[in-house]
Design a protein around this ligand. Structure first.
Ligand code: TRP
Length: 454
């Protein structure tokens, strides 16, 4: 049967717009905030190497699988999975995979919005007094005072969640194209400038070595898991975001080319962010493993020192906020698409409902930096649990199931028709999605819980 469905939510106007939207989803806080901070927590070089392997061998094939499922189903991930499962004579309970994604999306958005709120604070701070004349200690004290104020964090979290729900309510297409076309290249250029500055600092060679000289003694089961989780998080995989974007993709667009383009762009941004940040860490005697605040204390130090620092700093945090914005909308879209398909809600109403759910879940993250600081679970605050549980467990689990469905349960003719490429590339993809990706995810899980390996 040929897939002649159309999406009730509309379609991207070209393959190019899809690439922009999906890259907008992929490039965000995950690259610039999370990648350096998790790399620092896991010892650098060896972690980066495992991360790159995960992107290539697990991430890219699963991205192709998500896009192909989305485009074939042409509905929210929940309904897409149900429709395709029935079509492929499988259990309709595959819709639970869509549900898991919707839940993961709420949980991720809840803390993502809090961190995005920090970028808003830094825009205001930069544009106002700037960081001129502040020492590294002053800047880190400023960040601590931000975290200590539940009121400020709440206000910023609310503002960002409002912006997210606003765009989703207008329909993901409108506005996104223009925003991504202009803002992504600007962010890229500004990152290059930051790397240029980092090269001029005395810590550059230390930073470079930290990122690219693998020290395998630092690679534990949990850091391999963290590297895989980061790959899923950064590529927006495993929860249906790319699937729902794929459901708006024109039928004649090549899934192989688009996936590779998106993954390549995303990886470049992460590496550039690392190159901009680690040299500063060593130059100013900061700790690579200082955690979620890493970029919020290192980058302002650079802005306080470099020429035109105030302007560049303001521009940087504005662009980072936009990058977070084009990512956060993809976290809400699967839920909103489902609410408008099944609950007969308008997009506006669905966006409000979904936005409020994510906002409420985010309150715990707001409080985990101050009033709830001491309530921990295995040493992790509410925020840490949300961050680690979603990236390291829910997303890879979602990806594993997506790979199994697309690789093993879907008939060859269905997947081949969507992938629509020469027999060779199809065979490579099929092998990766059937064997390498599921085996990779499973081994990393088993290794992390100590069933295999050291
Ligand atoms: N990839 C985005 C980032 O790096 C975050 C994100 C958007 C995401 N949509 C997602 C993460 C879906 C996981 C799943 O900032």
């Amino acid at each position: 049967m040929t897939a002649t469905r159309t999406s009730i939510h509309g379609q991207w106007s070209s393959r190019w717009v899809f690439i922009l939207a999906a890259t907008g989803s992929a490039v965000g806080l995950g690259n610039i905030w999370r990648f350096p901070y998790v790399t620092g927590e896991n010892g650098g070089g060896a972690f980066v190497l495992v991360y790159l392997l995960c992107v290539a061998l697990i991430g890219i094939p699963i991205m192709m699988a998500e896009i192909l499922l989305g485009r074939r189903g042409r509905q929210s991930p929940i309904n897409t999975m149900r429709t395709l499962a029935i079509e492929e004579k499988q259990s309709s309970h595959w819709s639970l995979l869509g549900w898991m994604g919707v839940i993961a999306g709420f949980l991720i958005l809840s803390f993502y919005s809090v961190v995005a709120g920090w970028t808003i604070f830094y825009i205001i701070q930069n544009a106002g007094t700037g960081f001129d004349g502040l020492s590294a200690e002053d800047i880190s004290a400023l960040f601590d005072s931000l975290l200590a104020s539940p009121q400020t964090l709440l206000l910023l979290h609310t503002a960002f969640m409002f912006l997210t729900a606003l765009v989703v309510s207008l329909g993901v297409k409108s506005g996104l194209e223009r925003a991504v076309k202009f803002l992504m290249p600007s962010l890229f250029i500004l990152l290059l400038i930051m790397v240029g500055y980092a090269i001029s600092t005395e810590g550059f060679s230390d930073g470079l070595r930290y990122m690219f000289e693998p020290d395998f003694s630092k690679l534990s089961g949990s850091s391999i898991l963290a590297a895989m989780g980061q790959a899923f998080f950064s590529l927006s995989l495993g929860m249906g975001a790319i699937m729902v974007y794929g459901s708006y993709l024109p039928s004649n667009a090549s899934i192989v080319n688009t996936s590779i383009t998106i993954a390549f762009a995303d990886t470049c941004v992460a590496i550039l962010a690392g190159l901009a940040i680690f040299p500063l860490v060593f130059t100013y005697g900061l700790e690579p493993s200082s955690g979620a605040g890493l970029i919020f204390v290192t980058l302002p130090v650079a802005f306080s020192q470099m020429p035109l620092g105030q302007i560049l700093g303001t521009a940087f945090f504005v662009l980072l906020m936009f990058a977070a914005w084009t990512s956060s909308i993809s976290l809400l879209e699967p839920a909103v698409a489902w609410l408008s398909e099944n609950q007969n809600m308008t997009r506006v109403k669905a966006s409000i409902v979904a936005g409020v759910i994510a906002w409420v879940l985010g309150l715990g993250s707001v409080l985990s930096f101050n009033l709830w600081e001491d309530y921990t679970f295995y040493g992790m605050t509410y925020f840490d649990v949300m961050d680690k549980f979603t990236s390291n467990i829910l997303l890879p689990l979602g990806g594993l199931l997506i790979a199994i469905f697309a690789g093993w349960l879907m008939r060859r003719q269905s997947s081949q028709q969507e992938i629509a490429t020469s027999g060779f590339f199809y065979a490579v993809w099929k092998f990766l999605v059937r064997v390498v990706a599921p085996l990779g995810v499973s081994l990393v899980f088993l290794n992390a819980i100590g069933v295999i390996g050291g």
